[in-house]
Ligand binder design. Structure first.
Ligand code: 3NM
Ligand code: MG
Length: 512
């Protein structure tokens, strides 16, 4: 078979019913191509054969002039009639071998798949590309299967990276200006990413298909900041930058929007203030966009208190910040403790990106899909350090995030570099919400250090755990209660000292 040089980056699939009043499908397709669409599929589920062919001829004139391929949905006869560049078939349509026999070796054949098993069959049958979906629920087509999410796309990509023949991939199903960036870049596995996205309504129903196409194409092609991982990091060079982050929190007063449980609210707000950041505690969806638009903003989502609509609320908040390219920290409190929480976190990771994920061993293991000893919200430390480091590093690489696992030893990874930090004190496990408020500190730090989120995480954990060590021996501290007050004092004192150039406290850092 002759390999096709096809650009799958932005694949427009048509639907005659979604064209806005006052325009035509042909006009919409032309404008979409002007905006950068690289491939078109004509999809006419109800047209009479003669009308389908007429329309196919008209669209083919447009695509030929633009020098891009036109594929026909389902109908080999229509493709043959107009000499289209190929076809797209579903699982219930004509089989690939018959289609290939009719179309010949040079035509493009694509197939819809949802699972690895279907992808394996399609590869074996000799398709040129697979359309992976539906990623999310879509109003454009009645779904026969459950949406597969980002993780479903990732599974198919992982499989395809292991087979020798190259088969191109696009994702489909509610891909639009909000969803594309996460789907394309989060689904990437080592050595393999989606070649593009297939879009129906976001373009065909658009008032300005050219502008939308242009924006979609850049979302597919330009990796977001969170895809960049800094290579070859060593402890001393990261430690050297820690004071800069802490000073910048003081000088820039980042805005930290805490969506946090009631137990932690007051403590978190005080901790944010103690280090120079400006906290807000809001769960009102109608103000998320305004907050996300504040310069130096960051969002902390702490799932500690579930309500009925929590996942949708968290995703709305994460989406508002992502749109402004502002960071989102996830604290998956007690993630493994109930099916409800497990499902919530899974759904969030399937639909959104988080810049930093922070949790204790049980929480992080649960998020990573690893068995752990987690019960309730208490920290436990039963696994070997190496196992923890492996889980943290793999999760960070998979989710394109920074993972912070707290405990007696704190483990931090960006998927490439992994540090173990050994500061802190047992009292941190004896008070409530000590983990939650670390999330608020991380929010402040990452707000001023978006270009280096790993450094923000290391700086936060060191500031917090060294403050805890100092609080334990501060005058008047007799137990956990007085410790809380002293901890806030020490955060305040260390942050101020750092801003004034005194970084001697960092000599206590135990990092490897
Ligand atoms: N095929 P929109 S989902 C045509 O899962 C089609 O194979 C799907 O439309 C599949 O971009 C779908 O408007 C519709 O969500 C996608
Ligand atoms: Mg079909």
């Amino acid at each position: 078979m002759v390999p096709h040089k096809v650009d799958y980056s932005l694949y427009l699939v048509t639907d005659p019913y979604l064209v806005p009043n006052g325009t035509t499908l042909e006009e919409q397709v032309q404008k979409a191509i002007d905006g950068g669409v690289t491939l078109v599929q004509l999809r006419e589920k109800d047209a009479e054969t003669c009308d389908f062919i007429e329309r196919a001829k008209a669209i083919h004139e447009i695509t030929k002039k633009a020098g891009i391929p036109l594929l026909i949905n389902d109908r080999v006869d229509v493709a043959l009639a107009i000499d289209a560049e190929g076809i797209h078939i579903g699982q219930e349509d004509i089989d690939v071998a018959t289609a290939r026999k009719l179309l010949g070796p040079d035509k493009i054949i694509g197939m819809s798949v949802s699972y690895v098993s279907e992808a394996a069959k399609a590869v074996e049958d000799g398709v040129d590309y697979v359309g992976i979906g539906a990623i999310y629920d879509t109003a454009t087509k009645t779904p026969k299967k459950l949406p597969i999410g980002i993780n479903g796309a990732r599974k198919v990509l992982s499989y395809l990276s292991s087979v020798s023949r190259y088969v191109s991939t696009v994702a489909i199903g509610s891909l639009n200006l909000k969803t594309v960036r996460n789907v394309v870049h989060l689904s990437a596995v080592p050595g393999r990413r989606l070649d593009g996205i297939a879009v129906v309504s976001a373009i065909i129903a658009a008032k300005d298909p050219m502008a939308v196409s242009k924006e979609l194409l850049s979302l597919v092609r330009d990796p977001p900041y969170w895809m960049r991982v800094i290579p070859n990091r060593d402890v001393s060079s990261v430690l050297a930058e820690v004071p800069t982050v802490i000073s910048r929190v003081r000088s820039e007063t980042p805005f930290v929007h805490n969506i946090i449980n009631r137990v932690a609210t007051n403590f978190a707000a005080n901790v944010n203030l103690s280090i120079g950041s400006s906290p807000a505690m809001s769960e009102n969806v109608s103000e998320f966009d305004d907050f996300a638009a504040i310069p130096n903003s960051a969002l902390l989502i702490n799932i500690g208190f579930g309500t009925d609509d929590w996942v949708e609320k968290y995703l709305a908040a994460a989406g508002a910040y992502a749109k402004k390219l502002r960071p989102v920290v996830l604290d998956p409190v007690a993630a493994g403790a109930s099916e409800l929480r497990k499902g919530a976190v899974k759904s969030m990771l399937n639909r959104s990106h988080f810049d930093i994920i922070k949790g204790n061993e049980g929480e992080i293991f649960s998020v990573a899909g690893e068995a752990s000893q987690m019960r309730g919200v208490d920290s436990t430390s039963s696994s070997q350090l190496q196992k923890k480091a492996n889980v943290v590093e793999a999760l960070a690489a998979k989710e394109k995030t920074i993972v912070v696992l707290t405990g007696k030893e704190d483990v931090i990874s960006d998927g490439m570099t992994t540090f173990v930090l050994r500061n802190g004190h047992r009292y941190l496990a004896d008070i409530t919400a000590s983990g939650c408020v670390l999330g608020s500190i991380i929010g402040a730090a990452v707000a001023v250090s978006l270009e280096d989120r790993f450094l923000a995480a290391v700086a936060s954990v060191l500031l917090y755990t060294i403050a805890a060590e100092r609080a334990v021996v501060a005058p008047g501290v007799r137990g956990p209660g007085t410790f809380i007050a002293a901890l806030i004092d020490e955060l305040y004192l260390l942050s101020n000292a750092t801003a004034h150039g005194d970084v001697s406290w960092l000599e206590a850092a135990k990092v490897e």
